[in-house]
Design a protein around this ligand. Structure first.
Ligand code: C2E
Ligand code: CA
Ligand code: CA
Ligand code: CA
Length: 281
C-alpha cells in the first residue's frame, strides 16, 4: 500500500503539473487572442420599460476562437481574472466599446443620448494606472465621459482600499458613472456604499427570476429598489424574462431593466440598426 500511495502521490503531482501547464497554455492563448483581434464585443440594450426606450447598452465580450467558435465569457473570464490577462482584455473591451459607441453617436441621431456600460474586473479596479488609461481611451475615441458607466461587482466595493476609493472618485469626477453589478449577491456591502461614488445599482438576476413567485425574492428586490432610491441612485433590474416580472418591478418603482424579454446581447451592427429604427417612428 505504501507503493500504491507513492504512485498516487506521483499521479497527483503529475495532474497538478498538467493543470498548471494547461492554465499557462490557455492564458497565453487568450493573450494572443487579444493581439490577433479574436475578441468581439456584443451589446445588450437596457431599457426604460415604463417609456419603452433604450437608455443604455452594456458591452459584453465574446471570443471568436479559430477552432472552438464563439466562446461566451464564462468560458474564459474566470481564468483571465486569475492570471491577470483580464487587465488587457478589459482595456481592449473598453476601447472597442467606446470606439463603436462614439461612431453611433456621430452617425445615428437616436444614439446621441445613449449610455455605454462596460464591466470593470476587480483586477482593473485595483490597477494603479486605471484613471489615466480610461482618460486616454476617452480622448482617443472621442466618447464623452458623461455617457460612460463602469460596472463593478460587489466583491470590489465590499472592501475597497483607499487607493481604489481614490481611483473611483477620480473617475466619478471626470463624469463617469459607477454601477454596482449583481447587487445583492455579496454580503453586507451596504456600509461601503456610503463611501463610494456609486450612481447605479443593478439587481442581480437571481432575485428578478423569482420575483413573481417567491415572496422572499420580491422582498429583497423591493428593499434594493428602496435603498437605491433613498441614496439617489438609479436601480436597474437584470435578467428580466417575463411580463409578470416587469409588472412586479414597476409596482415597486423600478422601471429600468435588462433582459431577454426586451433584448438579447447582439453584434454592434445589429445595435446600430436597432438605434436607427428607434429614431424613425
Ligand atoms: P453580467 O455583467 O451580469 O452580464 C449580464 C449577463 O446576463 C450576460 O451574460 C447576459 O447575456 C445575461 N443576460 C442578460 N439578460 C438575461 C436574461 O434575461 N436571462 C438570462 N438567463 N441571462 C441574461 P454574458 O454575456 O454571458 O456575460 C456573463 C458575465 O461575464 C457578465 O455578467 C460579466 O460578469 C462577465 N463579462 C462579460 N463581458 C465582460 C468584460 O468585458 N469584462 C469583464 N470583467 N467581465 C465581463
Ligand atoms: Ca455587468
Ligand atoms: Ca450583472
Ligand atoms: Ca453576473
Amino acid at each position: 500500500t505504501a507503493m500504491y500511495a507513492a504512485k498516487r502521490a506521483g499521479r497527483g503531482r503529475y495532474q497538478l503539473f498538467t493543470a498548471e501547464l494547461d492554465t499557462r497554455a490557455r492564458d497565453a492563448e487568450l493573450r494572443r487572442a487579444v493581439e490577433n483581434n479574436e475578441l468581439v464585443v456584443h451589446f445588450q440594450p437596457a431599457a426604460d420599460f415604463a417609456e419603452d426606450r433604450v437608455v443604455a447598452v452594456e458591452a459584453l465580450v465574446r471570443w471568436n476562437h479559430p477552432q472552438r467558435g464563439l466562446l461566451m465569457p464564462d468560458a474564459f473570464i474566470d481564468l483571465a481574472e486569475e492570471t491577470g490577462a483580464i487587465v488587457g482584455v478589459g482595456e481592449w473591451v473598453l476601447r472597442e466599446a467606446c470606439r463603436q459607441a462614439a461612431e453611433w453617436r456621430a452617425t445615428i441621431p437616436a444614439a446621441a443620448d445613449i449610455l455605454l456600460s462596460v464591466n470593470l474586473s476587480p483586477q482593473q479596479a485595483a490597477q494603479t494606472g486605471l484613471v489615466e488609461i480610461v482618460r486616454g481611451i476617452l480622448a482617443d475615441t472621442g466618447f464623452p465621459a458623461k455617457r460612460l458607466i463602469l460596472e463593478l461587482t460587489e466583491s470590489v466595493v465590499l472592501q475597497p482600499d483607499e487607493a481604489t476609493v481614490a481611483r473611483l472618485t477620480a473617475l466619478r469626477e471626470m463624469g463617469i458613472r459607477i454601477a454596482v453589478d449583481d447587487f445583492g449577491t455579496g454580503y453586507a456591502a451596504l456600509s461601503y456604499l456610503r463611501r463610494l461614488p456609486v450612481s447605479i445599482l443593478k439587481i442581480d438576476r437571481s432575485f428578478v427570476t423569482g420575483i413573481d413567485e417567491d415572496p422572499k425574492a420580491y422582498a429583497i428586490a423591493e428593499a434594493v429598489v428602496r435603498l437605491g432610491h433613498a441614496f439617489g441612485m438609479h436601480v436597474v433590474a437584470e435578467g428580466i424574462e417575463t411580463i409578470a416580472q416587469t409588472r412586479r418591478l414597476l409596482e415597486m418603482g423600478c422601471y429600468l431593466g435588462q433582459g431577454f424579454l426586451f433584448h438579447r446581447p447582439q453584434s454592434g451592427e445589429a445595435i446600430a440598426a436597432l438605434l436607427r429604427d428607434a429614431g424613425t417612428p
